[in-house]
Design a protein around this ligand. Sequence first.
Ligand SMILES: C[S@@+](CC[C@H](N)C(=O)[O-])C[C@H]1O[C@@H](n2cnc3c(N)ncnc32)[C@H](O)[C@@H]1O
Length: 391
Amino acid sequence: MSAGHPELIAAIAAEIAASGPIPFARFMELALYHPQFGYYMRAPEQPVERIGWRGDFYTSSDVHPILGQALATQAEQVDRLLGQPDPFIVVEMGPGKGLLARHFLSACQRHRGSLFERLHYVLIERSPAMQVLQRENVARWFDCPNRLTWVNDLENLALEGVNGLFLSNELIDSFPVHRIQVTANGTEELWVDYQSGQFIECLRPLSSEALSNHVRRINTDWPEGYRTEINVHALSWMRQVAQLLNRGIVLTIDYGHTAQDLYRPDRKGGTFLCYSRHSVNEEPFLHVGDQDMTAHVDFTSLALTGEAYGLRTTGFTNQLSFLMGLGVEHMIQELEPDSPTFKAASHLLRPNGMGTTFKVLVQHKGILSPELDGLKYKPFFDSALTTRSAA
Ligand SMILES: C[S@@+](CC[C@H](N)C(=O)[O-])C[C@H]1O[C@@H](n2cnc3c(N)ncnc32)[C@H](O)[C@@H]1O
């Protein structure tokens, strides 16, 4: 069993040797995003890729273009609600290989000429290696002036205020998380030490005030031994996005739950997982830098943070309902039944799979109570999202 990328392990071990054990969130930050050796930051070793069928995990856009196509339909409605601004800006953060951008742009170009003419698509990607893949996937639009821009950080987005759509798919679940555990001493945090050539976890007090405050806000009666994750970074991200948006919609797609569901007492082990070659494990100290790590998203905290900084919650649904609202059944009916493309598109709708594990949070600013087609079917979440009750 591989311990992982040797130079990355040495870099993390050196940081621990210099200043002592580090919070798990710092370990995850280095494993995924160390500037030279992190999982997402290195160019994949051929013929291996990070995301995709030859990689460690796949996302909706690897399966079928239908999500990008449906998002283009949704964007057209947002564009009308905003009075067809010029430019209409789409910011996609964490675009991975850039397939969603490619599917979105193709669908706009083919069927939504007016929107396409005014469309400015901004890709925010911190990994230079991922940016290379994105450029390959959207190369056909390079000669359209002002169509595409890249920045490596939300803070470097040189836009006065965005009028349009702020989009992400599986971004938040890739932010480093703090892992906490209820012990006889109260709530403690998992820290990472390096001893005898191995990473080991140890329990210590919570590492920051922001984390303690958030745990207090969640305020759940967890039993001793309960473990879960807190994505503090997601909250500062939400604040930044809320402040950046002038008028428009924030659409966040990810694995996740309401806080009530995510932090329920019987979910004792949390949701932290690692992905390597399409198999799942719970061993962050194996394949360090050679496997992905994720944790499910607390959509209640995202919605409440957004509300505190000027966004309104438009609605919350799952991928199946979102896509149905945008008319995917008509798109699917046009495919040959039982063909590979038909099966791929249906995969994204599976009620016991991607259709329901993926959730969609929609928030708005500067538009009066928008009624979006993607939110026509909101199965059961609405009130649960904005209350902390059991959470
Ligand atoms: C799981 S992949 C998302 C894949 C992609 N959205 C898709 O649908 O296939 C996460 C992506 O987000 C990027 N990322 C993570 N944190 C980021 C940040 N703070 N700023 C910009 N990009 C980030 C990663 O480098 C990676 O490309």
